[in-house]
Design a protein around this ligand. Structure first.
Ligand SMILES: [Mn+2]
Length: 433
């Protein structure tokens, strides 16, 4: 709870005395007919409250925090479980005041009256947007009575998403827990995979492992065997695994509305075969070098460009590309084999908020930022690819905290060197014998 209080205080420190800020919980989404998706709280709202219930709102002024939430309802609690309720919210969430959410819309004129500026995530809820803007307009029309409303509406992301980019020590510990949960799942999967299984059976191992830790998938898990690894967002996970396949698994756990995002690629056989090994070593070397570069002052662009050069040189060494490194990089010849970026911000959203560009130039990394480092190589199964590499897809992805010159790799416990992977896979085969 301290963490959420500190965040509200930090937001409030950036507010002026005439400011007000309004945040809303996430909408509840229909899956089909009258069945809803599992509720996932809005990241911005959760960042400031730690409160997971739907139909809530937070109103901040420089001095005050008011939480709107549902009143307890015994019948609803019978169906859907306990609710915090208005009476317990002040103590439980350390806000200054708690009110019934059914009064929220009615209260909006009072919340906006005689305020100079409003921080609000406009564009997300058209109904509330319209209510807020028309209320501002009505207040402005009452100048004769001495009333006024916010003359400026600022998108709250401009302040909040800057805050969310820098993770506190407590948040990094929670991210570490998410990475640990993902690590357990990846290792369990690596221990179980064998030819003849289907990708969805391995997906089941991931889900089982996540749920044992009260976590959920942060995104649909990718279990891609053989040439499915070249489909970047392969989530059908329905192929039968063959004995010479590599398996690419991209799976991350979400807990406390925080995420991990991890990818490993390993052979179904005891060992990598020659071409698999050659390609894997290129990606691994590029990844290790990219992690070393994840230090304050560097940019994700620089890290990406360095990884592109390493991967492109590797493709030349393999005989997949011909010509010089520079001409291949300049003409983006690598794009056929490496078509995504090397990293993204990670946090409450898997692809976390925060700008990648500041003042017109790529943003410099700072201590406390968290990103993924995830180079890969994908060799299309076609005539243009040398036969030995057709259908091979490899990605290695870790979650990295910027921390001086020693980046902290949260997902480092999952085997990723060839010897560590072969030791784990070979050990299992030996156990089976
Ligand atoms: Mn990722």
């Amino acid at each position: 709870m301290e963490m959420y209080i500190a965040r509200r205080k930090s937001f409030q420190r950036n507010m002026e005395p005439g400011d007000v800020a309004i945040f809303q919980s996430a909408p509840s989404l229909i899956r089909s007919n009258d069945v809803h998706h599992r509720f996932r709280q809005d990241s911005d709202f959760y960042y400031l409250t730690g409160f997971g219930e739907e139909q809530s709102a937070l109103v901040l002024t420089k001095e005050n925090a008011i939480l709107y939430l549902r009143k307890r309802d015994p019948e609803r609690e019978t169906w859907n479980g306990p609710m915090l309720g208005v009476d317990r919210a002040v103590e439980a969430l350390a806000v200054d005041e708690a009110r019934d959410i059914t009064d929220f819309k009615k209260d909006i004129p009072d919340l906006l009256r005689k305020k100079d500026r409003l921080y609000y995530m406009y564009g997300r809820n058209p109904e509330l947007d319209l209510l807020i803007m028309s209320t501002c307009d009505q207040l402005m029309r009452r100048g004769r009575t001495g009333e006024f409303g916010p003359g400026q509406i600022l998108h709250a992301a401009s302040l909040l998403h800057e805050m969310r980019m820098i993770k506190s020590q407590e948040e990094i510990e929670l991210l570490r827990e998410c990475a640990q949960i993902a690590s357990d799942a990846h290792i369990a999967l690596m221990r179980s995979a064998k030819a003849g299984m289907h990708e969805y059976e391995l997906e089941g191992i991931i889900l089982d492992s996540f749920r044992r830790h009260n976590a959920v998938e942060g995104y649909p898990s990718i279990v891609a065997s053989g040439k499915n690894a070249c489909v970047l967002h392969h989530i059908e996970n329905n192929r039968r695994i063959e004995s010479n396949d590599l398996i690419l698994v991209d799976a991350g756990a979400e807990k406390h509305c925080l995420n991990s995002d991890v990818t490993r690629t390993f052979p179904v056989a005891d060992r990598f075969n020659g071409p698999q090994k050659d390609a894997y070593e290129i990606v691994l070397a590029a990844q290790l070098r990219a992690i070393e570069k994840t230090i304050p002052g560097a940019t994700l662009d620089e890290i990406h460009n360095a990884a592109v050069r390493d991967l492109t040189q590797g493709l030349i060494d393999l005989g997949v590309l011909s010509g010089t490194l520079d001409e291949n990089v300049e003409n983006k010849k690598y794009i056929r084999y490496y078509m995504h970026r090397t990293g993204h911000w990670l946090g409450m959203d898997v692809h976390d908020v925060g700008s990648y560009v500041k003042d017109g130039v790529p943003r410099k990394l700072e201590d406390g930022m968290v990103c993924t480092v995830e180079p890969g190589l994908y060799f299309p199964d076609d005539e243009q690819t040398p036969p030995a590499f057709r259908g091979i897809g490899i990605r290695i992805e870790d979650d990295v905290v910027v921390r001086g010159n020693n980046p902290l790799v949260l997902s480092e416990m999952i085997p990723k060197t060839i010897s560590a992977i072969e030791a784990l896979r070979g050990g299992i085969h030996a156990e089976r014998v």
